[in-house]
Every structure is written in structure tokens, then in C-alpha cells.
Design a protein around this ligand. Structure first.
Ligand code: PLP
Ligand code: MN
Length: 368
């Protein structure tokens, strides 16, 4: 029976498999801590990348204060695994999800949520009151700092804060303003400039709310591409980077190689097709995502990866013929790490080719 286990070598893995180089991953975590720990911010990594309570605990052990998840269903898994200090960064809307939130909050009162509308805030408050739970839930106002995905417009933030103050079961803890549109801005100077402008909106709103008597304790923001700029903006109290732990080619192209690629997809050359300049591997669309461009072969600078359907992809050489036999194994660097991880059941974490740990992708498919 196929049963990979710690102590086995990578050669014993079937392909495609998602593998993590532990030395590189640990260095990425250390580098993040080195960069951000001396600054006056909490580090609350976003678990939308790893989807793993095991990795969440490693991040917390390394110095993170709690974690973020995107969705309520991810929070259910993480909280059940003992990660209580959790911020759910997506709005919780609709009676089904709100009912689910109440159940989660009953067991895990440390949970934090975001709201960006009076309708959304009122629905959660009403459900909490009806549930008989006395303790208020901690909420952050989600502010639109330029991404235009979610978040209340800055000029409406005060009205929302005033509304929340009328709701007995919501406790306003702070504000979140995620500048996702800036994470991949190429060029450090340009990215910093645009980030500082978004941060001015965020911290300006926090100041305004404090001036009106609101106790804004948390100002949370930032991703892998901007965290260091956010963290050096006076008034920001917390940053939420996620992708740094594994990285991907899209991020590296934008922000450089301070964080290195620790995760790759191990695949096998299964065929040599008609052209002399290409081979076919067993890692197609079911294995690697394409929304942020195509993945790239590791340590093969002149070779491109092109998906050829669900199960296949070409590796193509611009010049020369591929000197690679059928059965050879290659590692492929994902172009967008978060949805790529969501395609796999397990991480095989190795050091120098020996598997040390196998982690389930516990919140894989937790899209609700
Ligand atoms: N915070 C929020 C709200 C996000 O949506 C994301 C990613 O989409 C992050 C933080 C983490 O960003 P990254 O993975 O780019 O580091
Ligand atoms: Mn992403």
C-alpha cells in the first residue's frame, strides 16, 4: 500500500506531490520575524496560505500573535485545533453563516470578526441577543483603503462606528484596511509610496474615530508585499502577511527574493511529445493554478511550463533539446500559492530530501 511516512526520501513519493523544503520555510519565518519583530506591531499571519493548524502553531511559536483566516469555515477548523486568537477577515453575511458564527463564538469567545455595513452588524447583533449569549463579540470595521473589494468607504466609517455603538452585543475593537491591490506593485519605491497613501487613509480614520471617543485598539493591515511599510507606519498595530512562508513566482517577480520559494510541486516527465524541444509532465490544472500566470520549473531558467489540460503540462526548451528522460522528476514553483495549496491534500515537508513531517491541508475546500 502507498503510505509515505517521515523518514522516507522524496524519491518514495508518488507525483504530483506538494513538497516543502523545511530549511527554506523556517528561514522565511525567521526573516519575517527579524523584519517585523523589532517594530511596534503584532504579527498575525494569514492562514489563507497554509490552511494548516500545524503551521499556524509553528508561526505562533515563532512569535506571531494569533492568526487570520479568510472564512468562517476555516475558523471552525483552526479554533477546534486550539488556535483561539483568530481574526476572520471576510464579512459574515446571511442568516446561515451568522448562525454558524454564533455556534463558533459560543465555544470560542476570543474570535474577532469584521463588518462593513450596518445591515451586517445589526444581523450579527440580533442573532447574538437571540442566542442568549451575554458576552459581546469583538468586531473590527473593515475599511476600503483602495482595493474596492470590501470595506466601508472612509467617509462612512464614523457612521458605522456610531451604529455599532448602539448594538449591545458588538464590541468595537479596531479597524482593518487591507491594501491587496498593492501587494504585487513592482518596484519597492512605488509599492512603498502607494502603501503609505493607503496607510494614511487607515490611520487617519483610526485617529478620527478615536477623536470621537471610540476605543480603537487594533489597526490591522498588510500582506507579504507591504507588511514592512505598514509596520513602520505610526498607528498601525498589526500586520497580516500570509504568502511569505512559501512564496510564489508572481510575488517574487514583484518583490524580489528576500523570502525564498520553500514550496514546490514534485512532478514526473511522463511523455515526450512530437516536438524535440518539449516533454510532458503530470502536473496540469488540477495541480497548479494559472490565475497569476503560469508556474515555472525550478532551477531550469530556460524552460517554460505550459498547462496542457487538467492532468498534463509541457516543459519547453527555447534552444537545445531537453536532456531529460521519461521518468525524470522536476520541481515546479507555483505562480499563486494560496489557491495552489487548495488543490492538494497533504504537504510533504522534507529536509535535504528526507521527509520529516506530513501535514494535512486541513482547511482545503473550506470556502464558506
Ligand atoms: N489580509 C487579507 C485580508 C488578505 O486578503 C490577504 C491575502 O489575500 C492577506 C492579508 C495576506 O496577503 P499575502 O498572502 O499577500 O501575504
Ligand atoms: Mn493570494
Amino acid at each position: 500500500m502507498y503510505n509515505p511516512k517521515p523518514g522516507d526520501r522524496l524519491e518514495s513519493l508518488d507525483t504530483p506531490s506538494m513538497i516543502v523544503d523545511l530549511d527554506i520555510m523556517e528561514e522565511n519565518i525567521q526573516k519575517l520575524m527579524l523584519l517585523l519583530k523589532p517594530l511596534a506591531v503584532n504579527i498575525r499571519p494569514h492562514l489563507k496560505t497554509t490552511k494548516s493548524p500545524i503551521l499556524a502553531k509553528k508561526l505562533i511559536a515563532a512569535g506571531a500573535k494569533g492568526a487570520c483566516v479568510a472564512k468562517l469555515s476555516e475558523a471552525e477548523v483552526m479554533a477546534a485545533e486550539g488556535i483561539e486568537d483568530l481574526l476572520i477577515t471576510c464579512e459574515i453575511v446571511g442568516p446561515v453563516k451568522v448562525a454558524r458564527l454564533i455556534e463558533l463564538f459560543r465555544k470560542h469567545p476570543g474570535i474577532q470578526i469584521v463588518v462593513d455595513s450596518e445591515i451586517g452588524a445589526t444581523a450579527i447583533d440580533t442573532a447574538l441577543r437571540d442566542s442568549g449569549i451575554q458576552k459581546p463579540i469583538q468586531v473590527l470595521i473593515d475599511l476600503d483603503v483602495g482595493l474596492h473589494r470590501t470595506g466601508v468607504a472612509p467617509e462612512l466609517a464614523l457612521a458605522l462606528a456610531l451604529h455599532i455603538s448602539t448594538l449591545s452585543h458588538l464590541k468595537l475593537l479596531g479597524i482593518q484596511g487591507y491594501e491587496g491591490h498593492l501587494q504585487h506593485v513592482h518596484g519597492r519605491e512605488e509599492r512603498e509610496k502607494e502603501c503609505r497613501a493607503s496607510m494614511a487613509i487607515l490611520t487617519g480614520t483610526a485617529t478620527l474615530l478615536r477623536g470621537k471617543g471610540f476605543d480603537i485598539q487594533v489597526v490591522t493591515t498588510g500582506g507579504t508585499g507591504t507588511a514592512e511599510f505598514c509596520a513602520t507606519t505610526p498607528g498601525v498595530t498589526e500586520v497580516q502577511p500570509g504568502s511569505f512562508i512559501f512564496m510564489d513566482s508572481d510575488y517574487r517577480n514583484a518583490v524580489g527574493s528576500y523570502f525564498a520559494h520553500s514550496l514546490t510541486i514534485l512532478s514526473t516527465v511522463i511523455s515526450k511529445s512530437a516536438s524535440e524541444r518539449r516533454v510532458t509532465i503530470d502536473a496540469g490544472l488540477k495541480t497548479l493554478t494559472t490565475d497569476s500566470g503560469f508556474a515555472e520549473p525550478k532551477d531550469m531558467p530556460d524552460v517554460t511550463y505550459t498547462p496542457m489540460g487538467d492532468e498534463h503540462a509541457w516543459l519547453e526548451w527555447k534552444e537545445n533539446k531537453p536532456d531529460i528522460p521519461i521518468g525524470a522528476r522536476v520541481e515546479i514553483i507555483p505562480s499563486h500559492i494560496d489557491p495552489t495549496v487548495n488543490l492538494h491534500d497533504f504537504y510533504y515537508a522534507h529536509r535535504n530530501g528526507v521527509i520529516e513531517e506530513i501535514w494535512p491541508v486541513a482547511t482545503r475546500g473550506r470556502v464558506q
